[in-house]
Design a protein around this ligand. Structure first.
Ligand code: SF4
Ligand SMILES: [Zn+2]
Length: 317
């Protein structure tokens, strides 16, 4: 009989320290991923978070938070709490746990909290509950400004207008908004995906204080993985990510997770590390100059591939 995986519901999925761009400056941050029951929507074509859910109680979640905070120190000013879903969904993050976590963060003097949520859980009440305790950035996975792509290629289940309304509500009450954009949803060619990300960043700009460009990874048990296994999907080239970062006025940040791996964004294998490092440096400096000089023989392969795809599939985006 296969051995069942035993999860400790009182420990977070993971926790790490990093530097972060906050209000134009570098800040020390602590990021934790808490293990909740998981995202209620759970349908997006690239999202493998479904496999991470577990029946964590409010007390389990508080214990996970406490455990993660042991990695903090006095110089940490930003705490990011991710749940592989929506922090503001009370079915996922019970109200008791949410309130206790907010109270403890405020008592610790944390300057800023970043949480992720779908727009349907962003209400005047949930916004106020966070902001009454500490400055909060509400990160929303818009993915693309195109309703056509979001609905059909990503199956996100909300519209650009839903995002814009949620962002406006947050701003009205004094909070900050981060928009996540996805570079290379399935069913788009490399060029279409790149142009869509550039257009999306421009469209989201007036609704978001900061844009985070997420480079699609092939996660397990997803539609993207099934397409990838059949040779119908390739993660984005890092050159495409560079192009987006160079074309869009900041602040725009990107953490090239999984760069250089088959399942992650990659170029030829030779230049991946240097391009990924430049992208990480840009996230803190917002200086595009170092991005301009990067080069590798595979850059012409990337250009030719886009031209070929253009001839085969046309310029629909
Ligand atoms: S991408 Fe976000 S909204 Fe979509 S299934 Fe994953 S956690 Fe849920
Ligand atoms: Zn290369």
């Amino acid at each position: 009989m296969a051995k069942e995986r035993v999860l400790d519901l009182r420990r977070p999925v993971t926790v790490w320290r990093s530097q972060d761009l906050q209000d134009g400056r570098t800040a020390q941050s602590l990021t934790m991923i808490l293990r909740t029951v998981g995202c209620r929507w759970n349908r997006c074509t690239m999202c493998g978070f479904a496999g991470e859910g577990a029946p964590a109680s409010a007390l389990d979640l508080i214990a996970q938070f406490e455990c993660a905070m042991q990695r903090s120190s006095s110089d940490v000013s930003v705490v990011k709490i991710y749940t592989s879903g929506s922090f503001l969904d009370s079915a996922e993050m019970p109200i008791m746990a949410r309130d206790e976590i907010l109270k403890r963060l405020a008592a610790l003097g944390i300057k800023k909290l970043v949480i992720e949520t779908r727009p349907e859980y962003v209400t005047p009440q949930t916004i106020e509950i966070c902001l009454a305790r500490l400055p909060t950035e509400f990160a929303i996975g818009l993915e693309t400004a195109s309703d056509l792509i979001r609905e059909n290629a990503i199956k996100k289940g909300f519209s650009f207008q839903d995002f814009a309304d949620a962002a406006e509500a947050v701003h009205r009450q004094g909070g900050r908004v981060k928009a996540y954009l996805l570079l290379k949803p399935p069913l788009l060619t490399e060029g279409q995906a790149m142009r869509d990300a550039i257009a999306s960043a421009r469209a989201a700009r007036s609704h978001a204080d900061i844009i985070s460009l997420n480079l699609c990874n092939v996660q397990r048990n997803t539609m993207v993985e099934r397409m990838w296994e059949r040779g119908e999907y390739r993660p984005p080239w890092l050159w495409s990510a560079l192009e987006v970062l160079k074309s869009v006025p900041g602040p725009i940040v990107c953490d090239p997770v999984g760069a250089g791996t088959r399942r992650g964004p990659h170029n030829c294998g030779e230049c991946d590390d240097s391009v990924a490092d430049a992208i990480r440096t840009h996230a803190l400096s917002q200086d595009v100059a170092p991005l301009q000089s990067l080069d590798c023989p595979c850059k012409s392969t990337w250009t030719e591939l886009m031209e070929l795809e253009e001839q085969s599939f046309g310029n629909i985006v």
